[in-house]
Ligand binder design. Structure first.
Ligand SMILES: C[C@](O)(CO)[C@H](O)COP(=O)(O)OP(=O)(O)OC[C@H]1O[C@@H](n2ccc(N)nc2=O)[C@H](O)[C@@H]1O
Ligand SMILES: Nc1ncnc2c1ncn2[C@@H]1O[C@H](COP(=O)(O)OP(=O)(O)OP(=O)(O)O)[C@@H](O)[C@H]1O
Length: 312
């Protein structure tokens, strides 16, 4: 996917987007985060992040969503590189190149993916030999979704989403992602969730993943998984962006096995029976004019991985 040359000696990491198959949001904790019980799946929309020695911190971006990400110290990839350098006292700076194919602020962990990729790339570039736990600890300090971007596959997330455990799963699933032209802010969606719960006097229990979802993943049956998809942030995303409900309902009417807002939205994820069914659904959704862009993907896929350097 690389669309422009990378610097000599660069280490490149390929990293996937995610969808939350189930997202249960518990009470707001004293630190401002919410207790979560979630099941993540990594899907085949990828960013590629290349890191090379440079005389200053620098980030450049390419790809369909590149113009929407910050190119200064706020970029999560730059924050990740500086964190590794500070922690292991590496007196070097890097140029980071992001080939961005994951929608920005779409609820698919795009920034988290770039942070995870940068951690792994810097580890390789600087020969630090960090183990899985050290990388996971750095990842969690950068964001709740970052550990999963490193891990990939299917995984259960607890705590604020950063504590991962394996899940038993089989099969490959075919998705259509309906992408909006403006993002939603993750903190705003959580705040709207709190507001709606307070308004409605909802008693919020400790969150648990449902037995139905776990059984669906074990069976590998798309119809069972489609019926089990669930996101507690969906009412908040619908409240902030009412047209998303119409989009979700249209996809299900057009034959999706299930439709759910991905993470904090506004991307809506539709599960289909097969690759062919995902093509059909894309055609119907495109004709409906309810979203800006449609992407097909399969899951689960690997987490962040170093791309072997081409041989001369
Ligand atoms: C919506 C999800 O994508 C579902 O996986 C994640 O919960 C969001 O993960 P993320 O983007 O990595 O979020 P972080 O960077 O850790 O947190 C951003 C903000 O989201 C809210 N946040 C996030 C995670 C969490 N368990 N509770 C929260 O309330 C907080 O306002 C926090 O300040
Ligand atoms: N490398 C990056 N890639 C994408 N967004 C970044 C990056 N660095 C910082 N950001 C900023 O982070 C914010 C969230 O973008 P991101 O694409 O991570 O959202 P998201 O996919 O909804 O996240 P999540 O699903 O983890 O909640 C945006 O305002 C974006 O400008």
């Amino acid at each position: 996917m690389t669309v422009a040359p990378t610097l000599p000696g660069a280490v490149t990491v390929r990293v996937p987007a995610k969808v939350n198959l189930e997202l249960r949001v518990g009470p707001r904790r004293p630190d401002g985060y919410h207790a979560l019980a979630t099941v993540y799946q990594a899907v085949s929309l990828h960013d590629e992040v290349s890191v090379a020695r440079w005389d200053d911190w620098e980030v450049v971006a390419a790809g369909p969503y590149a113009e929407r990400i910050p190119l200064d110290g706020d970029n999560l990839a730059v924050r990740a590189a500086r964190l590794v350098a500070d922690r292991w006292q590496v007196d070097e700076r890097v140029s980071i190149r992001i080939d961005k194919d994951i929608p920005v602020a779409g609820g698919m962990a795009g920034g988290s993916a770039d942070a995870a990729a940068t951690l792994l790339a810097c580890d390789h570039l600087w020969g630090l030999g960090l183990d899985r736990d050290e990388l996971a600890e750095l990842a969690a300090s950068l964001g709740s979704d970052v550990p999963f971007s490193l891990a990939g596959g299917n995984a259960m997330g607890s705590g604020r989403g950063e504590q991962l455990a394996p899940v038993l799963a089989r099969g490959t699933f075919h998705w259509v992602f309906a992408i909006s032209d403006t993002g939603l802010s993750t903190p705003q969606v959580y705040a709207e969730c709190d507001r709606l719960r307070e308004r409605d006097g909802v008693d919020v229990p400790e969150p648990h993943v449902s037995a139905e979802l776990m059984a669906a993943l074990r069976s590998g049956e798309p119809a069972a998984l489609g019926a089990a998809l669930h996101n507690d942030l969906e009412p908040a995303a619908f409240s902030l962006r009412p047209q998303l409900r119409e989009l979700r309902d249209a996809g299900v009417e057009f034959g999706a096995l299930g439709g759910v807002v991905s993470g904090s939205g506004p991307t809506v994820a539709f599960l289909t029976e097969s690759h062919e069914a995902s093509l059909d659904l894309s055609v119907s959704l495109a004709a409906s004019d309810l979203c800006r862009d449609l992407r097909r993907a399969k899951g689960p896929v690997h987490g962040a991985q170093v791309v072997p350097a081409p041989r001369d």
